[in-house]
Ligand binder design. Structure first.
Ligand SMILES: C[S@@+](CC[C@H](N)C(=O)[O-])C[C@H]1O[C@@H](n2cnc3c(N)ncnc32)[C@H](O)[C@@H]1O
Length: 352
């Protein structure tokens, strides 16, 4: 996906064509303000305050206890960005804002906004150091319990967008469909959304979510809300150091974890997975994909690549790299399913 600048009149069109528009000013002055405005709006309850209908600025000021001048500026920007409509002195949430910013919508990214505002935003000032040293924040080693909570809530919000499509399109072994195969392993599965959609779809399937103890402490209440009981349960551990056993699982998923690991670590995990799968079993690596060198640059794949470098010293990988780990581990029939709902993201699938 590309974010493009689209001219609204012939003069702007001409300025762009004639290379007179200072595009870097948009990136350095406008875009950081846009991002932070949305994050602070969510964190200060601005979207929630308009949930039940149109609000005047005065009404918002009173409910939110914010400075009238500053909130007026914020509301103007949020309106320009398409989060609110303004008519008869009142602000009304747009359809887009209602779907994605309110806490209780199933597609909401609210948790991600809080994680980004309270935790991730501070990492950005580390980018210059990262460029010099190549060493990222390594946040899995440093988060406080409160930050782990924002992280897990952020992850469930991010996965809400793709979980439905994952459930519809993830290929499982025939034995799972027929109810004969029963065991799934969800590596770094956190909140368990991916396991939950599959276990709801295939009534014979149960899933173990392998994650770090600090993550499980905060993710357990999120999983409990799904009401899956023992069919989807947490298993405390570390995939880099734990043995995954032999011929135990029919289906193994690793979603959004490969980008935190080096290629060598991913190869180690793929080899453990190959051993832990039963014959005919399926291994899916679910990831944002880095466009192959020489391919058309793509904004989501490229920006998440830099972001995962900054946050975990790793990054995105190409389809070839990911399927290479699977094949080196002895798995076959690599196949790719590109998400329709999340641009730049794919399931890379292999079988034993
Ligand atoms: C970015 S989140 C992805 C969560 C979920 N799989 C998803 O797709 O939404 C990465 C998860 O991997 C876990 N994790 C990180 N390092 C791990 C390790 N060495 N072993 C197991 N889990 C790990 C984190 O605690 C976190 O819950």
């Amino acid at each position: 996906m590309q974010l493009t600048i689209s001219p609204e009149n012939p003069i702007e069109w001409f300025a762009l064509r004639a290379n007179l528009a200072a595009i870097p000013l948009l990136h350095i002055q406008i875009m950081p303000v846009l991002a932070k405005a949305v994050l602070e709006a969510a964190d200060n309850g601005v979207f929630e305050a308009a949930k039940n209908g149109p609000q005047t600025l005065d009404e918002l000021v009173q409910v939110l206890n914010l400075n009238p001048k500053a909130l007026g500026e914020l509301m103007g920007l949020l309106t320009a960005m398409g989060y609110f409509n303004y008519k008869n002195n009142r602000f009304t949430l747009t359809r887009m804002a209602r779907r994605f910013t309110l806490k209780d919508d199933p597609m909401s990214v609210y948790g991600m906004m809080i994680f980004n505002n309270r935790v991730v935003w501070h990492w950005m000032s580390h980018l210059g150091d990262y460029l010099k040293t190549g060493k990222g924040v390594q946040y899995h080693d440093t988060l406080s319990p409160e930050q782990w909570q924002y992280y897990q809530q952020g992850m469930i919000a991010a996965s809400n967008i793709e979980a439905r499509e994952f459930g519809l399109r993830a290929p499982v072994p025939r034995s799972v469909k027929s109810g004969k195969a029963t065991q799934m392993l969800d590596i770094g599965g956190s909140h368990g959304q991916h396991s939950v959609v599959l276990c709801k779809k295939y009534s014979g399937l149960t899933s173990a979510i392998l994650d770090l103890p600090q993550a499980i402490e905060q993710a357990a209440p999120l999983l409990a809300q799904q009401g899956m009981g023992d069919r989807v349960r947490h298993q405390s551990g570390n995939v880099l150091t734990d043995d995954l056993g032999e011929s135990q699982f029919d289906f193994i998923l690793m979603s959004s974890l490969a980008h935190h690991f080096s290629p060598e670590q991913n190869q180690t995990v793929a080899s453990k997975v190959a051993k832990a799968l039963r014959p005919g079993g399926v291994f899916i690596i679910n990831e944002f994909i880095r466009p192959a060198i020489g391919a058309k640059p793509e904004l989501i794949g490229s920006s998440t690549d830099l972001f995962y470098g900054l946050s975990s010293t790793a990054g995105n990988y190409s389809i070839d790299e990911i399927s290479g780990w699977q094949q080196t581990a002895g798995l076959t029939s690599p196949k790719v399913i590109n998400y329709r709902t999340v641009p730049g993201r794919a399931m890379v699938i292999a079988r034993k």
